[in-house]
Design a protein around this ligand. Sequence first.
Ligand code: TRP
Length: 310
Amino acid sequence: MANFPSRLLSINNDESFVAPLNASTQTSENVQRMAHVERLIVELQMSDLRENALHVLSKWTGLFKELAPLLWNSFGTIVILLQEILSIFPNISMENLTAAQSTRVCNVLALFQCVASHSDTKMLFIEAKIPLYLYPFLQTTNKLPQFEHLRLASLGVIGALVKVSTKEVITFLLSSEIIPLCLCNMKIGKEVSKMVATFIIQKVLEDDDGLAYICATVERFFAVARVLDMVLKSIEKQHAPRLLKLIISCYSRLSDNHRAGIALTSCLPNVLTNDTFNNYLREDPTTWRLVEHLYENIGMNHVPLVPGGK
Ligand code: TRP
C-alpha cells in the first residue's frame, strides 16, 4: 500500500472509527471492495502477480465506479499498462501473437476503456495521447481471433471516448486520423467490431467539425460512402438491426452536408430505397425518421419505403 498517495485512500481511519454501529452493509461492502481493488492495483507492480491482477481488475470495470481515477492516480499503474501494450508490438509486426498474449492485453485495454469512460480521467487520457498506442492494433489485418479480439478491445476504448464526446475528443481523433482506421475495421471486422467502428464514425459525424472534415474532400466522402455501402451489403441477408441503424444514421447525417447530399442522390445504395429493410424499419420508428430525413435532404420526393407497408 506504500505506493498510494494518501488522498487515494478514501476510506480514512477516522471515518471507520466513528461509523455508527448500524452503518449500512452497503458501506462496509464498499470499503471491502476498495481494499480489494487497491490490493490488486498494487499487485500490478509485481510481474508474477500481474497477469492475474489484470484478469481480475478487468472484471471490476463495470462494478466499481471509482476504478478509473484509482488506476490513473496510483503510482506507476498507467506506465505498467503501457508497458504491457508495448511488449506485444514485436508480435504484432511479426504476426505471431498468441491467444494468451492477446487476452492479457485485452484485459489492459478493458482497464483503459474504463479510464476513457470516466469523466474525471477521459481528458487526462486524451492529453497523455494514450489512444495513439492502440492505433498499431487497429492497423492489423490478420483474421485470426487473437488479432480480431485486440482490434475489438481497442475500438472499445475509442468507442468509450466518443460515447459522451466533447470537442476535444473529436479534435484529437480527427487529427490522429482515426477515420481510415475505423473504415478498415468496418471492412474486415466481425459484426461487433463493424458495429463499434461504425458507432465511432457516427459519433464523429454527429459533430459539425466531424461532418465537415469527412466531407472536406471528394476522396474522403467516397472512402466513407464506399465502406458504408459494403457494410450494408454484408448485412443484407443477416439480422443486424443495430448495425443497420448505425449505418442509416451515418447516411442521414452525411446528407446534412450540402455537397455530400448531392453526391448521395446518385450513390445511395438501392437497398435504402427499395423494400429490403422494410421489416426492420417498420418496427423502429427512430430509424425510420432517419431515413425520412435522408430522403428529405437529398430531395427524394417519393417515399418508396412505407412504414407499416409491405
Ligand atoms: N490523410 C487522409 C486524409 O486526410 C486520411 C484519410 C484517409 C481519411 N481516408 C479517409 C479521412 C477517409 C477521412 C475519410 O484524407
